[in-house]
Design a protein around this ligand. Structure first.
Ligand code: RIB
Length: 352
């Protein structure tokens, strides 16, 4: 993700039938969401995050040390992170009722991670400790432009098996959306997508970190596929440097059977494509301090907005504002705004 100091306002415009529908007042309510609503129940507002948690060890650096070199870094922060946990916290901050299915190690980090979820109101019934394993840990390096480089040591996240998802199935079935990422075993991801399909629950997959081992044909049942441009390039083995490149790569995934491809493009905004429609949402103009966790902020906020009214486009607009505000502050979860700060930013950006 480019981390320029100023995230430029994109000139990309909306196109296609979504725009037409909006003008006609049909909004962009997602069909799956409408079906869930017809089935009734406030549970459509609840979100299950089946995914990772990590302890983020963030070094703010002037440059990466050369091999054999010891270099002083000006600042350090310790925080709760992990793509799944970040997305759960962002969704909760945006008003969703969130349950987490995750694994922590049997170490000094475990209780803090669980307590952190609880502070944000995330249901931790299915966050369990794994004996003999360490918690997931992520050394993060953030440069002077706010750009991040992340290493992950998955630890107990590797112990989140399909059986653990089955143990949480009754709870997951009460949700209106399942969110997944790739910091847990791929078999667990495939298994959870199948659970969503069987139960008629929409599934959002954030294919991060991207791996060529991901079998696209085994994730086609998910409703939303949300990579950034780097992940899109890795997964499709196609370039994503230009707007045209990104659309080609997204089209490639749609032709494989995915329904909604939403590509987060940093300063270039967000592209949402289906087989029939495409829409660009421009980025908000902000000064970037630390871009780590911004993609997770987008996904958590998008999910929270989506389960409230099924309006995909409005959810993307709000989520890109939530992510933009997060990059103005240091840290991952620590950078996510509370309701008041987010409402003020939305009003300032004209996105409320
Ligand atoms: O997306 C940011 C996250 O990636 C960090 O919180 C880190 O833990 C890694 O999982």
């Amino acid at each position: 993700r480019a981390a320029s100091a100023v995230v430029a306002q994109s000139t990309w415009l909306f196109t296609g039938t979504i725009a037409d529908n909006r003008r006609r007042g049909n909004a962009t309510r997602d069909e799956q969401w409408c079906k869930d609503r017809e089935r009734g129940g406030l549970s459509a507002m609840k979100i299950a995050v089946v995914g990772s948690n990590m302890v983020d060890l963030t070094a703010y650096i002037t440059r990466m040390p050369a091999p054999g070199e010891t270099l002083e870094a000006p600042d350090f922060a310790l925080g709760c992170g992990g793509k799944g946990a970040n997305q759960a916290v962002a969704a909760a901050l945006c008003g969703a009722d969130v349950m987490m299915v995750s694994r922590v190690g049997a170490d000094i980090f475990a209780d803090n991670t669980i307590r952190n979820f609880q502070i944000y109101g995330v249901d931790t019934t299915h966050v369990k400790k794994v004996e003999g394993m360490s918690s997931g840990v992520a050394p993060i390096f953030v440069d002077q432009h706010g750009q991040n480089s992340i290493l992950i040591i998955k630890g107990a996240n590797n112990a989140l098996t399909p059986a653990e998802v089955d143990a949480a199935e009754a709870n997951i079935r009460s949700c209106g959306l399942i969110i997944l990422q790739l910091e847990i075993p791929l078999e667990t991801v495939y298994h959870t997508i199948e659970l969503g399909r069987r139960s008629g629950i929409p599934v959002l997959l954030n294919p991060a970190p991207a791996t060529k081992e991901l079998a696209i044909d085994r994730v086609c049942a998910c409703d939303f596929f949300v990579p950034n441009e780097t992940e899109l390039a890795i997964l499709t083995e196609m370039p994503t440097a230009t707007q045209e490149d990104v659309e080609h790569a997204a089209t490639f995934l749609l032709e494989k059977g995915l329904k909604n491809v939403i590509v987060t493009l940093g300063e270039r905004g967000v592209l949402w494509m289906t087989k029939a429609e495409k829409y660009y949402v421009p980025a908000c103009r902000v000064d970037a301090t630390d871009t780590s966790g911004a993609g997770d902020a987008f996904i958590g906020c998008f999910s929270s907005c989506y389960v409230q009214d099924g309006d995909v486009l409005a959810a993307i607009r709000k989520a890109s504002a939530f992510a933009a505000l997060s990059v103005t502050r240091k840290g991952t979860q620590m950078s996510y705004p509370d309701r008041a700060a987010f409402a003020a930013f939305l009003a300032q950006q004209g996105r409320h």
